[in-house]
Write a protein that binds this ligand. Sequence first.
Ligand code: HEC
Length: 159
Amino acid sequence: MWRSAALFAALACVSCSNDWRTDMWYQPGGGSHAMVRPEPEGSVPLGARQHFDDRDEALTLAAPFATSDASIARGRALFTDRCVSCHGPEGHGAGPVGRYFPPAPDLGYAGIQGHPDGYLYATVILGGRAMPPMSQGLDETDLWDLVHLLRTIQPKAAP
Ligand code: HEC
């Protein structure tokens, strides 16, 4: 009798979802050990990209890998995810967001294609005068894939 009652109690406890020992679990934090230590001055996180305050600082940056069909295809997929809402499916502008936002230009314009690669790369990171920064979650390969794709956009032929 006692043994089965004890067994029942043990099983009931195993199956109960509440953590009944709360004394060590919920305790007040605080104190100097709870504060994130500041990064040492001048340190750069591992794998971080170079920091720019302005697109002009990136003018001389070159793509670390050459363009290829695979890179352009990856760039196109990213463009479809992140850029078509403003720049349109082919990059010629007139994306649906343009109804509520400064319209995005045709990325085939000579004025845009005339910029060096580094400027286009930094435009995705920093945004433009109206364009928001768009690089969240993108790594270096993604960014240069986008640049390689941008280079394939021709100006829209006159109708
Ligand atoms: C919210 C709308 C919006 C999104 C999303 C957006 N753009 Fe733009 N983009 C603009 C606007 C508006 C301009 C023109 C004004 C400016 O420079 O900000 C522009 C300009 C540009 C330019 C030309 C910059 C220059 O100074 O000549 C490039 C290149 C560009 N976008 C690439 C991209 C790429 C690549 C993406 C996706 C990763 C993207 N944009 C996503 C709105 C957008």
